[in-house]
Design a protein around this ligand. Structure first.
Ligand code: 13P
Length: 139
């Protein structure tokens, strides 16, 4: 699966702890992130993550482009609901695209936990089937 990690500053410790706890589940998947989130995760784990730009500099939009191109299967985006972000329009655009394309997205740790357990069980295998029968989209 192709999985993206994004966390706002006050959620980064939570993200690092979460990904560290489930590192064994994420191993073997293709992973993407915004700049600083990916850096923090890679410092704490042995995971290899393709990092895009930092969120305020366009990273959310780059992740959104992956969604639009059907290049992502799942996003864990730990948002800070108590602090205004300068790039709020980018964040809304990314979440909108997830709804347009039906991409599972967790915006808090409780949902992230459920999704990671679903990954472990192979519950998202249906996305491979969709790709297989969809012309023009590679697996
Ligand atoms: O701002 C972000 C998401 O909106 C995250 O960006 P960073 O991972 O670079 O901090």
């Amino acid at each position: 699966m192709k999985i993206a990690f994004i966390a706002h500053d006050r959620k980064k410790d939570e993200m690092v702890n979460f990904v560290t706890a489930y590192e064994h589940v994420f191993q073997g998947h293709e992973m993407y992130s915004t700049g600083t989130t990916g850096q923090r995760i890679m410092e704490a784990t042995s995971l290899n993550i393709h990092r895009y730009m930092s969120g305020p500099l366009g990273g959310d939009q780059q992740i959104g482009a992956l969604v639009a191109q059907d290049e992502l299967d799942l996003i864990i985006f730990l948002r800070d609901p108590l602090m205004a972000q300068p790039h709020e329009p980018d964040i809304s655009a990314l979440l909108r695209l997830c709804d347009v394309y039906g991409i599972p997205v967790a915006t808090n740790i409780a949902t992230a936990e459920i999704l990671v357990k679903a990954i472990d069980r192979g519950d998202f295998g249906w996305r491979d089937l969709v790709h297989k029968y969809k012309p023009g989209i590679e697996e």
